[in-house]
Design a binder for this molecule. Sequence first.
Ligand code: 13P
Length: 253
Amino acid sequence: MAAPKTLIAGNWKMNGLRADGVTLAKSVAAGAPAVVAKAELLMCPPATLISLVSNTLAEVLRQGLVSIGGQNCHPEASGAHTGDVSAPMLADLGCKYVIVGHSERRTNHSEDDPQVWQKAVAAQQAGLIPIICVGETEAERDRGEALNVVRRQITGSLPDAAKAGNVVIAYEPVWAIGTGKTPSLADIAEVHDAMRALLNEKMTDGDGVRLLYGGSVKPGNAAEILALANVNGALVGGASLKADDFLAIAAAA
Ligand code: 13P
């Protein structure tokens, strides 16, 4: 099977007022034609900006130059869940993807694997592609448990209906997020190879699932990380807030 197209996803997290969001989205869109042959570009703005970004980039989205995604969704489609956003609501705004199980949600909102599984299923039912985040803490890595943690999280959160085209997995070691620290290339390769092997045990087309690396990805380290055999893209936090850096990461693919 041919390697899946590289996905460079920007997780804006809780950043940006309307003017910032429009400026950033337009700058990324302006640079997209130069990198689109190398990578699919995805922006995941905060929920408050999705509609605005989606409307601002309507033509660019239609051309497939960039995609828009959410950062989280509720497991249910609608109901009495004050403050939450559902997968059909994100799809309605033009989203193609949604991040689920980010470590910041696991830590700050006590999300566990069964909840992440429910969210991933809800995303697929709404026609969205869930980007399921997994990754060990520093203490777990120090104890030699990184591979077991990642395997357990994938096993606990991968929807039964997962196919190559309807799910993405992002390996984000918790200790590498926003710290400037990254695992060695050998350590990233080891985890990604193990994830690939696990997906091939669970699915007939596991080779086609995109496996993203996330955690302090910058223009300076993107090329070597993206060159690893089982790394099919990046989930970028801080560097996705600067269009030039985000586009440089995509250009490094
Ligand atoms: P940083 O790129 O800022 O380390 O964040 C990574 C991340 O959490 C993306 O989801």
